[in-house]
Design a protein around this ligand. Structure first.
Ligand SMILES: [Zn+2]
Ligand SMILES: [Zn+2]
Ligand SMILES: [Zn+2]
Length: 257
């Protein structure tokens, strides 16, 4: 099945430009140096699936003219990946009397339910709530004829999920991709990896480290995301080997799902 992936956001948790920063990347006029928080949108079979709802979801949805959402999948519950839940409202209303399903692991679903109690607590009477429902998943899930397979990755102290879907995989936050997960990344057309910057970080991958993963996994196309203001788009891309490049907000890729 043909699918289109849109990079809604390619930035790290603080986004680029970063508040209060006067560095060259934060002041760059290249639109690819403007990075909202990390998320991708998948369109196939007339359906639209979102991976993570960031604090920038509203801006991303307006920019990409998103007209519908059929499901949301969560990689983990850090603020930069979930804080846009309230902005799912306009698209969730289209599901009435049903609800927009949000898929998450048991502990992530519990965290979201607790953090957004006003949405999920039936006693809370407040107008204009997102019409969403949590669906707990512990493994692969089939959505509209496509299989989404969790790919466990190490993100600092925590194990979180990336996803493989068809010929593509999206691993957004990781300091390490365990051996068992490397095995899930064979024969990929598209591989997204975390590449925060060059300097090591306790919970994120670096350009150098992610290039090593690309060398091992050998996808046809590799894209780096969750990028901070240390990496100017143009200059960094020129330095990357053939087949690997930085993602940017608004990038669209066709693939088989
Ligand atoms: Zn993140
Ligand atoms: Zn900066
Ligand atoms: Zn994170």
């Amino acid at each position: 099945m043909n699918a289109v992936l849109t990079v809604l956001g390619s930035g790290t948790s603080m986004g680029v430009p970063t508040i209060g920063c006067d560095c060259a990347v934060c002041q760059s006029s290249d639109p690819r140096d403007r990075r909202t928080r990390p998320s991708v949108l998948l369109e196939y079979a007339g359906k639209v699936v979102l991976i993570d709802s960031t604090p920038d979801f509203r801006e991303q949805a307006i920019r990409e003219k998103i007209r519908r959402l059929d499901a949301v999948l969560y990689t983990h519950t850090h603020a930069d990946h979930i804080l846009g839940i309230d902005d799912l409202r306009p698209l969730s209303f289209r599901h009435k009397p049903n609800k927009l399903p949000l898929y998450a692991r048991p502990r992530d679903a519990a965290f979201i339910r607790n953090m957004f109690r006003y949405i999920f607590d039936a006693d809370y009477k407040f107008g204009g709530l997102p019409q969403v429902e949590l669906r707990v998943i512990e493994g692969p899930v089939e959505l509209f004829g496509a299989r989404f397979e969790p790919v466990p990755v190490i993100h600092g102290e925590a194990e979180i999920w990336g996803f493989r879907f068809g010929s593509a995989a999206y691993l957004t936050d990781h300091s390490e991709v365990p051996e068992s997960s490397i095995a899930q990344l064979q024969n990929l057309d598209i591989l997204f990896l975390d590449a925060l910057r060059y300097k090591p970080h306790p919970t994120h991958s670096t350009v150098e480290n992610s290039l090593k993963i690309v060398e091992r996994v050998k996808p046809k196309r590799a894209f780096f995301t969750h990028i901070c203001h240390d990496l100017p788009h143009e200059a960094t891309n020129v330095s990357l080997p053939h087949g690997a490049q930085l993602a940017y907000d608004g990038m669209k890729l066709e693939f088989e799902i």
